[in-house]
Design a protein. Structure first.
Length: 377
């Protein structure tokens, strides 16, 4: 599949072959014995959870991770009973039952939740696998007290209703150049997790996200959890190719109209751009209703006819406008690329994220339900 689907005003084209190859690339970087867990939460970072899970497993991932019970339940129906699915997020009582129905591996850090989980587990006829979360500095979920983590891990290992599967943490600054705090977290994790693993050698220790995975094997332990990198997005927000990654998503639309705009005339809400000279403007039928952010008004580029062209005027819910220059051969119906490449022109998620002052994750996960996904392998 190439180019724009003439039956869709905007289409996200996802190359599952790139997802698979990115997993191969990441798996090759791992320390011996380290497993690759592919994080497919948030509908696969906007790429499609089930499709990308399949591709990641083909590429060498042996586990999958999600954030919610519902995601685990939907994924279980797709991948079957044998693939481990790890729910990383907090769960309510009702969500716990859904996660147990999915036979997911679960996160614990509070004794009260652990007891409720262990009690509920008997109703489902299996021993749920639990990962104890240690907050080494992220400041979100997890217990900060080393002694409490050790007690909970030992209690889970001793309880016949459950199975201790792992101890884990999450790095706050692995994607930043200054690794001072990253190494503080690593040291804290080692100090607590390694003695637990000595007492319970069957468990898996894990800490690395995509950025930490790419930083080096000292962060890998028994498993890494790669999300953004499997989709070919640079976890450092710079250049995916420099990390050996291939972007998996392209966002395609078309030129719905071309019109002459004279000097001083404006396009879009608020007249945020006025033509400095006579020019031609192309209208593309896409906007923030599709997840193409309003903050890109007057600061982004769009690839049309193999060239990057400036987006002018305010992004509206359903339309954007692009300056085509004082003379143009571009006509209605021609394809345009909002994310991806066309000829020699490339507009990647990292560029759009930089223009928005955000991260590339938000570019793809922000695509709304009204943008159809089309897949190729």
């Amino acid at each position: 599949m190439s180019g724009h689907d003439p039956f869709q005003r905007v289409t996200a084209i996802v190359d599952l072959g790139n997802v698979e190859r990115n997993c191969v690339t990441l798996a090759a970087k791992l320390a011996p014995g380290t497993e690759l867990c592919a994080v497919v939460k948030a509908d696969g970072y906007g790429h499609g959870m089930g499709e990308c899970a399949d591709a990641a497993l083909r590429g060498g991932a042996s586990r999958l991770a999600v954030a919610t019970a519902t995601e685990a339940f939907e994924l279980r129906e797709r991948v079957g009973a044998e693939v481990p699915i790890f729910v990383m997020g907090a769960l309510t009582g009702a969500e716990l039952d859904v996660a147990l129905q999915a036979r997911a591996e679960l996160t614990v850090w509070r004794t009260e939740f652990f007891e409720a989980l262990a009690e509920r587990a008997g109703l489902f006829g299996f021993r749920p696998r639990l990962h104890v979360k240690y907050d080494t500095g992220m400041g979100r979920l997890g217990d900060r007290e080393p002694a409490a983590i050790a007690r909970l891990a030992d209690a889970a290992a001793a309880d016949e209703r459950v199975e201790l599967a792992g101890v884990w943490t999450h790095f706050a600054t692995a994607d930043e150049d200054d690794d001072t705090f990253l190494r503080e977290q690593l040291d804290r994790f080692r100090e607590v997790a390694l003695p637990i693993a000595e007492r319970h050698p069957e468990i898996t220790l894990h800490a690395a996200n995509s950025a930490a995975t790419l930083r080096g094997r000292e962060f890998h332990f028994g498993m890494v959890r790669c999300g953004v990198a499997i989709y070919g997005l640079d976890p450092f927000g710079r250049d995916a190719a420099a990390q050996g990654l291939e972007p998996a998503l392209a966002l395609h639309t078309y030129v719905a109209d071309v019109k002459r705009i004279h000097a001083g005339e404006s396009v879009g809400y608020g007249r945020s751009w006025r033509a400095p000279a006579d020019t031609w403007v192309g209208v593309l039928p896409v906007g923030y209703g599709d997840g193409y952010r309003r903050g890109l008004s007057n600061v982004a580029e769009v690839a049309i006819d193999g060239m990057r062209r400036p987006l002018v005027g305010t992004v509206s819910m359903d339309n954007v406008t692009v300056d085509l220059g004082p003379e143009t051969d571009i006509a209605p119906g021609q394809p345009a690329v909002l994310v991806g490449e066309q000829g020699d022109a490339r507009v990647d998620a990292e560029l759009l994220a930089e223009r928005l002052g955000t991260i590339n994750y938000e570019i793809t996960t922000g695509l709304t339900r009204r943008v159809p996904r089309a897949y190729r392998t």
